[in-house]
Design a protein around this ligand. Structure first.
Ligand SMILES: Nc1ncnc2c1ncn2[C@@H]1O[C@H](COP(=O)(O)OP(=O)(O)O)[C@@H](O)[C@H]1O
Ligand SMILES: [Mg+2]
Length: 347
């Protein structure tokens, strides 16, 4: 039997480039080589695509980009090619499926998914529109809120809004408040603002990551997450919980867990965890997610579930939250990777 050709995309023109290198190394190592042929495609921080033929370990330490191991490629928009063009050799390379293991802008936000759609290449994970909607914190909140699920009170601004008007408009929110780029991840550009004095810098910072920002009320409680796998028949992982000592789950805490802890399963009753799983499922379906996603919510002190965001390509190392939540119900890492590819081909 011919093996299925999977093109794994890593890196990316995104502030989450480094995070992708770590996730993709884990995924590439765990793909079953008896069933799949793996083609590695690295995307530089400046957005150039290269076929990579080097050692997998040099992805994680960001030493992959080398003249000897890389050849520039371009995804072919011609459906009959069903793959990419090697710009060095002019060879057309067919692939069966693309596996974007990229986070944030230009990887998780629907743009690359759109390129695959146009090229007629099946791909792992959420579709173009769903990816774009989940990346847009404001639109995702609106759609989820329409289903009767609670979301934080928030305001949306663009770079054309005057700063004074922004500050005026959010006077009705109680401090602390969160100022975030509308579309980013890994907590880049987010500030938890304690008083109005901190607002101006927080707004400037968020605008360095995106042309739009969202300002949200603070939700008192703790964060819970739920891993979901599937297109139609959905598998729901165990609910986890983030224990924070202070501040919020910022970039450093996410990747070092210096003072915070991920607790799995969340320290809640079976009924409470069931309610969270049901809400996560409804959010997944509402936002038309396919393949996989991690749904993040808050559980408030008065036992309410408030939606935060959906990560359509969640962190994916052996110690990441998504695989851990599924491991808790009996799915090991390589099984999840295998299912994701199968689901991508089935979509
Ligand atoms: N409204 C909020 N109330 C309380 N904490 C928040 C709120 N919004 C964000 N946070 C904190 O900031 C972190 C990052 O915010 P999030 O919206 O998830 O952005 P990202 O997409 O960068 O992960 C969250 O994990 C949480 O710790
Ligand atoms: Mg988040």
């Amino acid at each position: 039997m011919n093996k299925i050709k999977v093109a794994c995309f890593f890196g990316g023109c995104s502030s989450e480039y480094d995070v992708s290198l770590v996730s993709s190394t884990s995924v590439i190592k765990m793909i079953n080589r008896e069933k799949y042929d793996v083609i590695m495609i690295g995307i530089t921080k400046t957005g150039d695509f290269y076929l990579y033929n080097g050692d997998v370990d040099n992805i994680e330490n960001d030493k992959w980009f080398d003249e000897d191991t890389c050849q520039k490629i371009s995804i072919s928009s011609n459906r009959s090619d069903h793959g990419f063009i090697n710009l060095k050799t002019n060879e057309i390379v067919k692939i069966d499926i693309a596996f974007p293991i990229l986070h944030g802008k230009n990887g998780e936000d629907g743009r690359l998914q759109g390129l695959f759609e146009l090229a007629g290449i099946p791909y792992v994970g959420c579709g173009m529109t769903s990816s774009a909607i989940c990346m847009d914190k404001f639109i995702a909140h609106q759609l989820v809120s329409d289903k009767g699920i609670l979301v934080p009170k928030s305001f949306l601004f663009t770079k054309y809004d005057e700063k004074n008007d922004i500050i005026d408009k959010i006077k009705c929110l109680n401090y602390p408040i969160f100022v975030k780029p509308l579309k980013a991840g890994s907590s880049f550009g987010i500030t938890k603002v304690q008083t109005e004095e901190g607002l101006s810098n927080a707004i400037d910072l968020a605008f360095t990551y995106d042309d739009s920002i969202i300002v949200e009320e603070n939700i008192d409680g703790f964060e819970v997450g739920c891993a979901i796998l599937g297109n139609n028949k959905l598998i729901i992982g165990e609910v986890d919980e983030i224990e924070l000592q202070e501040g919020f789950f910022d970039y450093e805490e996410k990747y070092t867990l210096k003072t915070s802890k991920i607790i799995l399963p969340a320290r809640l009753s079976d009924e409470e965890r069931d309610k969270i799983k049901k809400t996560a499922l409804e959010i997944y379906k509402t936002l038309n997610c396919k393949g996989f996603a991690r749904v993040d919510m808050f559980y408030t002190n008065d036992k309410k579930i408030v939606f935060n965001e959906v990560n359509t390509i969640p962190g994916f190392t052996s110690h990441s939250r998504y695989p851990a939540m599924l491991k808790e119900i009996g799915y090991d890492f390589s099984n999840i990777v295998d299912q994701l590819i199968t689901l991508g081909l089935d979509k």
